[in-house]
Design a protein around this ligand. Structure first.
Ligand SMILES: [Zn+2]
Length: 304
């Protein structure tokens, strides 16, 4: 795939090692590498003495142990969740039990739209449906800690409940899986929605922070330009879909073959869902038509 996004596919960090990534923020890598998670999920510790943990990670004993070791002698006052995927939120329960900290997040896991007939949770296997935040936070709300404050920025799209967090008084924003330095984000219905995702990218594009700390991959240092690349990339993908449909009606596997060149076969399912996400958006905007509900099995054509 010819991408103009300046990805950084290095991350010089071993699992379980605590590293101060920017002043006042430490990070720890989970040992859960995969084609979807890169080298693994990153948990962040904000502050010193009385700290917040952002995304405690999956139910992984070793990681939870390393995370609790990292904050030994300190008090965890807040557990903050960017979104409820299984590689980000499930450890919240154990970290809460060990520390007594309250959990914060937009809300429980939910699909971005009602499920279609025949659509099952199969498409949403990555969701952590157990997590319920102690404190539900809304866009613009500020979580105040001792010496730090995190402003919640609603960024739905990757999941309906995705939140980014700006660290007040700094140039730093925790971008979760909405914007990552190593790859594009997966937008997979019914969990994710492309129209929400694009609106959330534009929301970040209008913000001043230039340093992003993501759920996977290294620090993004030139975030506004990176977000602009992300937006252009999605518009390019949308243009490719419309270009292919100009040649005639097509189903999703045909579209995927036409627009993803050299795709890692392990990502074929994700590419189909990402294409479905674009088609949902294009149908909603009246540019593409299909018979019945927009579905993974549908056939698509340009709307007249
Ligand atoms: Zn993730």
């Amino acid at each position: 795939m010819a991408d103009d996004i300046p990805f950084n596919r290095t991350l010089d960090l071993a699992p379980g090692v605590v590293e101060e990534v920017v002043p006042g923020v430490r990070r720890i890598l989970v040992d859960n590498p995969s084609p979807f998670t890169f080298k693994g999920t990153l948990s962040y510790i904000v502050g010193r003495g009385k700290v917040a943990i952002i995304d405690p990670g999956p139910l992984d004993k070793k990681h939870i142990g390393a995370l609790l070791d990292a904050v030994r002698g300190e008090t965890v006052t807040h557990i903050v969740i960017t979104h409820t995927h299984r590689d980000h939120s499930p450890a919240a329960a154990e970290v809460k039990a060990a520390t007594g900290a309250a959990t914060y997040g937009e809300g429980p896991h939910r699909p971005a739209r009602p499920l279609h007939i025949g659509e099952t949770k199969r498409l949403d296997a990555g969701g952590d449906t157990d997590f319920v935040p102690d404190r539900r936070i809304a866009h613009g709300e500020v979580i105040e800690g001792d010496g730090w404050a995190l402003e919640a920025i609603a960024t739905p799209g990757h999941t309906a409940n995705h939140m980014a967090y700006a660290l007040h008084g700094t140039d730093v924003l925790f971008s979760g899986d909405h914007v990552m330095g190593w790859s594009t984000s997966i937008v997979a219905p019914p969990d994710g929605a492309m129209s929400d995702y694009m609106a959330s990218l534009h929301r970040l594009a209008g913000r001043p922070e230039s340093v992003y700390l993501a759920g996977h991959g290294d620090v993004i240092r030139d975030a506004p330009s990176f977000v602009a690349h992300y937006i252009r990339h999605r518009l390019g993908r949308e243009a490719s879909i419309l270009h292919r449909l100009r040649k005639g009606e097509a189903d999703i596997p045909t579209l995927v073959r036409a627009i993803y060149i050299g795709l890692d076969p392990r990502l074929a399912g994700a590419a189909c869902l990402s294409t479905l996400a674009h088609l949902e958006d294009l149908v909603e905007r009246g540019l593409v038509a299909t018979d019945g509900a927009v579905s993974i099995l549908g056939r698509y054509r340009l709307a007249r």
